[in-house]
Ligand binder design. Structure first.
Ligand code: GLV
Length: 307
C-alpha cells in the first residue's frame, strides 16, 4: 500500500520520517520516484495530476493546503475522498495573522506607514476596541480559531456563515437574509470564506456599500472573491479606510498593479498561513488511521458544497 507525495522533496523527507515511525506498512513515494500506480491508496498534492485516473485504487486525496478550490472536483474519480489540510501549523499561523491584521487595521497602521513616508508625527483619533466591531465573513475552523485569540481584546465580534452556527461570545448571522444586518454592524471585515461559485466576486461594490463608512477589510480568503476594482473605488471614494490583503487575483499581483502602491492598502504575498511539514504529516497519519478504522475524516470535503 502506497502514499504518493506530490510536492517538494524537503517536505517529503519530513513525511517519510513520520510515516516510517507511525505507519510502517504504508510506503511513501515522492512523485519523482517510480511507483506501481495500483499500489497508490493515498495521494497528497496541491493540484490533481492529469493522470490521476491511473491510480485506480486511490481512496483519499489530501490537499496540501487548507483550501480545495484549486481542484476540479467534477474531474476527480467519484470514489475518492477529498480532504482539506487541517493541521496545527496552519491554524496557529492563521491565528497570528488575523490578530496581526485586525490590530493593524484597528490601530491605523496603514495610515501611519504613509505618515512615516512623509515624516509626519501625527496621532490619529481612534476608537477603543470595545467600539470597533469586527465581523468574520465565514465561520469555519480557521475563523473560529482566530476568534478564540481575538476574544481578550474585547472587540464586539460577529460572524456570518452560510448555515446556522453558534459560537460563545460572537453574534452569529447566517444565510442570505442576514447578510445586510451583519455588514451594517461591521467596522473590520475579515474574509475567511472558502472559494466556491457562490463566493467568487462576493466582495464587490454592493457589499462594500453596505459596510459602515470608514470600514476596513482584512482579506485572507482567496483572491477571486474580491473585485479589486471595486475595492480601489471604495478606498478612493473614502467609504473604506484601509485594506490588508494576503490574497490577490492573479497571484503574484502583476507589476504596476494599482493595489501595489495604494496608500490605503497593505499587501502580503499569500503567507498568512502555510502548511508545516511536521504537524501536517502527523495530521495526515491520524487521518489515515481514522480512514482505516472506518471513522469520519477530519477536513473531509462535501463535494457538492465545495468545502
Ligand atoms: C493556503 O492558502 C492554503 O490553502 O493552505
Amino acid at each position: 500500500m502506497a502514499f504518493l507525495f506530490n510536492s517538494d522533496p524537503v517536505r517529503a523527507a519530513v513525511f517519510r520520517k513520520v510515516f516510517a515511525r507511525e505507519l510502517p506498512d504504508v510506503e511513501l513515494f515522492h512523485s519523482s520516484e517510480c511507483v506501481d500506480p495500483e499500489k497508490v491508496r493515498y495521494l497528497l498534492t496541491w493540484t490533481a495530476p492529469d493522470d490521476i485516473a491511473r491510480y485506480r485504487n486511490l481512496e483519499v486525496l489530501f490537499s496540501l493546503g487548507a483550501g480545495v478550490d484549486q481542484f476540479k472536483r467534477e474531474s476527480l474519480p467519484q470514489q475518492v475522498k477529498l480532504v482539506r489540510m487541517v493541521e496545527d501549523g496552519i491554524i496557529r499561523m492563521m491565528q497570528e495573522y488575523v490578530v496581526l491584521g485586525v490590530l493593524s487595521l484597528h490601530r491605523d497602521m496603514v495610515a501611519y506607514r504613509e505618515q512615516q513616508k512623509r515624516q509626519a508625527w501625527l496621532g490619529l483619533a481612534a476608537p477603543q476596541a470595545a467600539e470597533r466591531r469586527v465581523g468574520f465573513f465565514g465561520l469555519g475552523m480557521l475563523a473560529q480559531a482566530a476568534i478564540e485569540r481575538l476574544l481578550p481584546f474585547r472587540f464586539p465580534l460577529a460572524a456570518w456563515s452560510r448555515s446556522r452556527k453558534e459560537i460563545d461570545g460572537v453574534t452569529c448571522f447566517y444565510g442570505a437574509d442576514q447578510l445586510a444586518g451583519f455588514l451594517a454592524r461591521t467596522d473590520i471585515l475579515v474574509c475567511l470564506l472558502p472559494l466556491t461559485e457562490e463566493t467568487r466576486g462576493i466582495l464587490d461594490a454592493a457589499l462594500f456599500s453596505r459596510l459602515p463608512a470608514g470600514a476596513r477589510l482584512l482579506h485572507v480568503g482567496r483572491g477571486p472573491q474580491l473585485d479589486q476594482t471595486a475595492l480601489l473605488q471604495a478606498l478612493d471614494s473614502g467609504h473604506l479606510d484601509a485594506a490588508m490583503l494576503d490574497v490577490t487575483d492573479p497571484e503574484p499581483l502583476p507589476d504596476g498593479h494599482p493595489l501595489w502602491r495604494h496608500p490605503k492598502v497593505m499587501i502580503t504575498p499569500h503567507i498568512a498561513s502555510v502548511t508545516q511539514a511536521d504537524s501536517a504529516a502527523q495530521s495526515v497519519v491520524d487521518n489515515i488511521r481514522r480512514h482505516r478504522a472506518g471513522e469520519e475524516l477530519i477536513g473531509l470535503v462535501d463535494r457538492t458544497l465545495g468545502y
